[in-house]
Design a protein around this ligand. Sequence first.
Ligand SMILES: *[C@@H]1O[C@H](CO)[C@@H](O)[C@H](O)[C@H]1NC(C)=O
Ligand SMILES: *[C@@H]1O[C@H](CO)[C@@H](O)[C@H](O)[C@H]1NC(C)=O
Ligand SMILES: *[C@@H]1O[C@H](CO)[C@@H](O)[C@H](O)[C@H]1NC(C)=O
Ligand SMILES: *[C@@H]1O[C@H](CO)[C@@H](O)[C@H](O)[C@H]1NC(C)=O
Ligand SMILES: *[C@@H]1O[C@H](CO)[C@@H](O)[C@H](O)[C@H]1NC(C)=O
Ligand SMILES: *[C@@H]1O[C@H](CO)[C@@H](O)[C@H](O)[C@H]1NC(C)=O
Ligand SMILES: *[C@@H]1O[C@H](CO)[C@@H](O)[C@H](O)[C@H]1NC(C)=O
Ligand SMILES: *[C@@H]1O[C@H](CO)[C@@H](O)[C@H](O)[C@H]1NC(C)=O
Ligand SMILES: *[C@@H]1O[C@H](CO)[C@@H](O)[C@H](O)[C@H]1NC(C)=O
Ligand SMILES: *[C@@H]1O[C@H](CO)[C@@H](O)[C@H](O)[C@H]1NC(C)=O
Ligand SMILES: *[C@@H]1O[C@H](CO)[C@@H](O)[C@H](O)[C@H]1NC(C)=O
Length: 493
Amino acid sequence: MVETSTSPWRFNHHRIDIKRWIPTYFSSHKTLFTVLWIVGFASVFIWQRNIVDGFLIFRWSVPVRPLPTLRPVAFNLTDFGGVGDGVTLNTEAFERAVSAISKLGKRGGGQLNVPAGYWLTAPFNLTSHMTLFLAEDAVILGIDDEKYWPLMPPLPSYGYGREHSGPRYGSLIHGQNLKDVVITGHNGTINGQGQTWWKKYRQKLLNHTRGPLVQIMWSSDIVISNITLRDSPFWTLHPYDCKNVTVRNVTILAPIFEAPNTDGIDPDSCEDMVIEDCYISVGDDAIAIKSGWDQYGIAYGRPSMNILIRNLVVRSMVSAGISIGSEMSGGVSNVTIENLHVWNSRRAVRIKTSPGRGGYVRHITYRNLTFDNVRVGIVIKTDYNEHPDDNFDRQAFPTLEDISYTSIHGQGVRVPVRIHGSEEIPVRNVTFRDMSVGITYKKKHIFQCAFVQGRVIGTIFPAPCENLDRYDEQEQLVKHSDSQNMTDIDYDF
Ligand SMILES: *[C@@H]1O[C@H](CO)[C@@H](O)[C@H](O)[C@H]1NC(C)=O
Ligand SMILES: *[C@@H]1O[C@H](CO)[C@@H](O)[C@H](O)[C@H]1NC(C)=O
Ligand SMILES: *[C@@H]1O[C@H](CO)[C@@H](O)[C@H](O)[C@H]1NC(C)=O
Ligand SMILES: *[C@@H]1O[C@H](CO)[C@@H](O)[C@H](O)[C@H]1NC(C)=O
Ligand SMILES: *[C@@H]1O[C@H](CO)[C@@H](O)[C@H](O)[C@H]1NC(C)=O
Ligand SMILES: *[C@@H]1O[C@H](CO)[C@@H](O)[C@H](O)[C@H]1NC(C)=O
Ligand SMILES: *[C@@H]1O[C@H](CO)[C@@H](O)[C@H](O)[C@H]1NC(C)=O
Ligand SMILES: *[C@@H]1O[C@H](CO)[C@@H](O)[C@H](O)[C@H]1NC(C)=O
Ligand SMILES: *[C@@H]1O[C@H](CO)[C@@H](O)[C@H](O)[C@H]1NC(C)=O
Ligand SMILES: *[C@@H]1O[C@H](CO)[C@@H](O)[C@H](O)[C@H]1NC(C)=O
Ligand SMILES: *[C@@H]1O[C@H](CO)[C@@H](O)[C@H](O)[C@H]1NC(C)=O
């Protein structure tokens, strides 16, 4: 609407105000130009500050948020010689700080504050009873020259580095056999500078498996919160055989294409874990729950269990929002995934496994999932044939059972369900309740099933496959399926 002198009465007061003030301050072109010049200069200032953010050139203009003290003793990385110029290597400063904190365990531990700045470092270890606190605009930068990355033995439940046999690179931030570790902050960042690694991986220049950004092994009482993790060389956050892990209010970012294997979070043989209020957009699975690989995972025998994932917004163009597997040989059970929003993704939620894995995936509850422009919504795949070596047991068939999907909604979905069980690995006791997903194409077979036993309760849209029993809203049987083993899978669609 164009405002004119005959505009409605409600604008009159406003217009009078402007008429009164404009002549006072913009009486001449000269003043107007002065004002514009100041505005222009100020925006260059702000732009400059953003470019060199953390180099503190114009920091006086922004009040620095005071850091909370979460342990009896708090240190500043600069106390140990840290220099946040993005060039100086701070590995020794981090190591000295961690060593000082390791002596405070009996007194409640210590906090290491990382102030605003770019803190370049090679991999370093954490210690127990430690809080790593990243101030606003603090960025820990992982050095991208692999010579600085120590090699470690393969994970026992994988037998091999994931990509190459033999040892693997450790993680940028690493911990083993720890208790009570917190990584938090005012949304500071741990940046793995993965670009170099991804390129070398693609060009096959690496002889060992790339390292994760943060890997904590055989530890308990771990909290990761209020920070950003980005551009990991490999998996981003990898808790391995840990107990009582909380990940809350964390942003995880990597390019959605050409950032190979940059999973967001990989709970691996972990127990009692909560992941909530996170935003994850990465180059592979946003979350992949695992528990070891084929004969090595079966021998190690540690399941991932009691995991709660909720209030997440995730994106994955290469793989899936939330995955279970494909390495699940130690078993995965009692996982709840709720209030999940998956947008512009290839797949939303996927369980993947294969002959040779053994183990089980059971007691999995999905509730209140929203698929927003997702190619395939719900996936179970039982022929994900990727093995560490040729010595896997061809008769080690995983068990998949007791899986329920409740309140599944969304729009722009091509294939809402593709549950591809097999004769050797049938999918048992699957339940669908309250599902209505907007589809991109009206085609018959888009709720695809093979070797699935289970039921749908109430109205389900689009129409479910014939493999499932039909129940009404009151949970009364309407029709038994007579073709659980029917195959109606179409990967072309
Ligand atoms: C850490 O030390 C630096 C340099 O002395 C100082 O500018 C910064 O404010 C300190 N930060 C904290 C969180 O104590
Ligand atoms: C870090 O921890 C690992 C595993 O405990 C150990 O092998 C390595 O030597 C440690 N590195 C340093 C620099 O302390
Ligand atoms: C999440 O983290 C941001 C940045 O650190 C913080 O401002 C916000 O209050 C946090 N939200 C919750 C619910 O903790
Ligand atoms: C934290 O920083 C990331 C990356 O800059 C940003 O995307 C995110 O919105 C921030 N989170 C909060 C809660 O401010
Ligand atoms: C990989 O191994 C080859 C042959 O031993 C060697 O020339 C090359 O430098 C190694 N590359 C790395 C990144 O270690
Ligand atoms: C889990 O870890 C948190 C954070 O360290 C701690 O407060 C809590 O007591 C732990 N829970 C159990 C059951 O040990
Ligand atoms: C995250 O930050 C918010 C706001 O600063 C704070 O209230 C909350 O306790 C922090 N959460 C954790 C788990 O550190
Ligand atoms: C299942 O996991 C939840 C946490 O998500 C836990 O509270 C519950 O006790 C677990 N159930 C069993 C039977 O262990
Ligand atoms: C379902 O999840 C969405 C976030 O994806 C949330 O906004 C909504 O409140 C949830 N609904 C219920 C009933 O919990
Ligand atoms: C089927 O799975 C549901 C959970 O989804 C469970 O409550 C029920 O007991 C299972 N039924 C059988 C027969 O195992
Ligand atoms: C489906 O195949 C399984 C073996 O995978 C078999 O035990 C079962 O009897 C078959 N069910 C039907 C209804 O044909």
